[in-house]
Ligand binder design. Structure first.
Ligand code: ADP
Length: 207
């Protein structure tokens, strides 16, 4: 780690002559990170996918960073220890930051159970560029849904480090949006986020 720090301190940031604002102009809208957090099975991927579809239909450049998918590639060497979950969040946020710099609306859907890690992620972005969406759902309901059969395996002890069962989930205290999926449909959830985003993305005349 120490060596790493010394190496990076010798690296100078090279300023691109095309800015984020230039790229946003090209895309015709602002870019930002919409960060979905919540228990496994709460509905993060489902809602993020549906929102992605609507934004795409609307002509926005949008990309979904799905936590499970990233674990097949950039995060494939990470486990589910607290340390590795922290790194999982850090990398996802850093990748998301590149997308935002590229002028894209980026959606990240991952449990991200620790508040401090989410706060670190937020710090990488400008205040108006980070939208935390808490996909709220009781453990009981998530366990009932169990779309991937993971809760069952966690209860059987086949999965040792499972959020909500053997590891904590720290609820967001001040998320920009809270979606309670025990009472809201996927469609209603998407509409709620879209209405929040309305004047935040499509500012063609202002970018
Ligand atoms: P996560 O990404 O949070 O692990 P998923 O989106 O993979 O969760 O799974 C959520 C499951 O719950 C899906 O099978 C989805 O169809 C179901 N579900 C039921 N009601 C809702 C709702 N209101 N919002 C989102 N998902 C819901």
């Amino acid at each position: 780690m120490e060596d790493n720090k010394n190496e990076t301190s010798n690296i100078v940031w090279h300023q691109s002559d095309i800015t984020k604002e230039d790229r946003q102009k090209l895309h015709g809208h602002k870019s930002l990170m919409i960060w979905f957090t919540g228990l496994s099975g709460s509905g993060k991927s489902t809602i993020a996918n549906a929102l992605q579809h609507e934004l795409y239909k609307d002509g926005s450049s949008v990309y979904l960073l799905d936590g499970d998918n990233l674990r097949h590639g950039i995060n494939r060497n990470l486990t589910f220890t607290e340390e590795d979950r922290k790194e999982n969040v850090r990398r996802t946020a850093e990748v998301g930051k590149l997308f935002v710099d590229a002028g894209v609306v980026v959606l990240a859907a991952l449990i991200s159970p620790y508040a401090a890690d989410r706060e670190q992620a937020r710090k990488l972005f400008e205040p108006e560029e980070f939208v935390e969406v808490y996909v709220k759902c009781s453990l009981q309901e998530c366990e009932k849904r169990d779309p991937k059969g993971l809760y069952k395996r966690a209860r059987l002890g086949e999965i040792k480090q499972f959020t909500g069962i053997s590891q904590p989930y720290e609820e967001p205290q001040n998320p920009e949006i809270t979606i309670d999926t025990t009472v809201m449909s996927v469609k209603e959830s998407v509409q709620e986020i879209q209405s929040y985003l309305k004047n935040k993305i499509h500012l063609r005349e202002e970018v």
